[in-house]
Design a protein around this ligand. Sequence first.
Ligand SMILES: C[S@@+](CC[C@H](N)C(=O)[O-])C[C@H]1O[C@@H](n2cnc3c(N)ncnc32)[C@H](O)[C@@H]1O
Length: 320
Amino acid sequence: MSDQTSSTIIRRRLATVTDLRGASLDAYTTAPTRLAQKPSPRLEHLLRIRSTPDELRMAELIDRFRPPSLRIFDQIPMRSHDHVRQAKLIAPYLADQSVAFMGDSDCTSLLLGLLSKCGRPLPSRMLILDFDARLLRVAVDVAKAYGFSHVLEARLYNAFDALPGDLVSQFDWFYTNPPYGSHNLGESARLFITRGCELVRPGGQGCIILPHDRQRPWTQAAMWETQSFLTQHAWAVNDKVRGLHRYRLDDDRYLTSSLMLVENVEGVPCQSMPYSDRRVAYDEIPLFYGRGVMPPYPRYICHDGSVDEDWIMPEVYIDA
Ligand SMILES: C[S@@+](CC[C@H](N)C(=O)[O-])C[C@H]1O[C@@H](n2cnc3c(N)ncnc32)[C@H](O)[C@@H]1O
């Protein structure tokens, strides 16, 4: 699909949603915070996964080490309690598996590494791919300091770039808490998901964290698009728990995200995903980071927090 075509399709879909609701796009995509004063009862309340003080201390340790979050680029940390619960839920699935983290400023990879010190299962390999060099340095340092650097690697990578060939189809699992794409029907998330799907072997699995909330219509429309996209490309949603995580998000305190486990169904004929195996131009995905950030987007966040907008140089790698 040409750059022009995919961008046109997204714009057309956005227009359709606007028509259906009889409201302006702004009114539709900007979640009014007054809608959700309190979350309704959810399956997560029945999961009753408690965090011990030691586990919470680990999550708080990560909070202290993590570089300052850049809200404009969707770095919005998950709350500590929810993060511990998420890591404990996913750890048994990822035990002894190779896992690629497509973006990880939550630092779930690090929390899994720390929790393994209390006997929780650990993946056999964890690779963090992220455009933020500050985050990767912290990840590598923490893994060294806490004795799990033998399973953790980090590479500077921007999701708009094609994946380095040596990583394609190399992993059992991908894991992503992507930019949600609240202003483009979840298209931002689907770029990250595409990269995740490319990273895993045929029959591989993925953990995707995305909002799906009746009180925020944009999340329902985006989730519908994303589930349709997964189905079209031979990925099945095996499990889903809604409303599991909350964030340190001042302008929408009760926004929650869901945990979704997906699996590639082998042998089903389907077309390749529109963004796979190529550089994606940023105007193909309008409003990637919302309305506050216009292209050119940074290719990398540098160690000192400055942005690198040079898209001509080949990719740089940092290895743990
Ligand atoms: C977008 S945030 C999602 C929110 C999540 N709670 C968090 O803070 O990690 C996920 C990760 O994607 C990274 N990221 C954002 N844009 C990226 C891009 N174009 N390429 C690669 N990583 C990116 C961020 O640095 C962050 O680590």
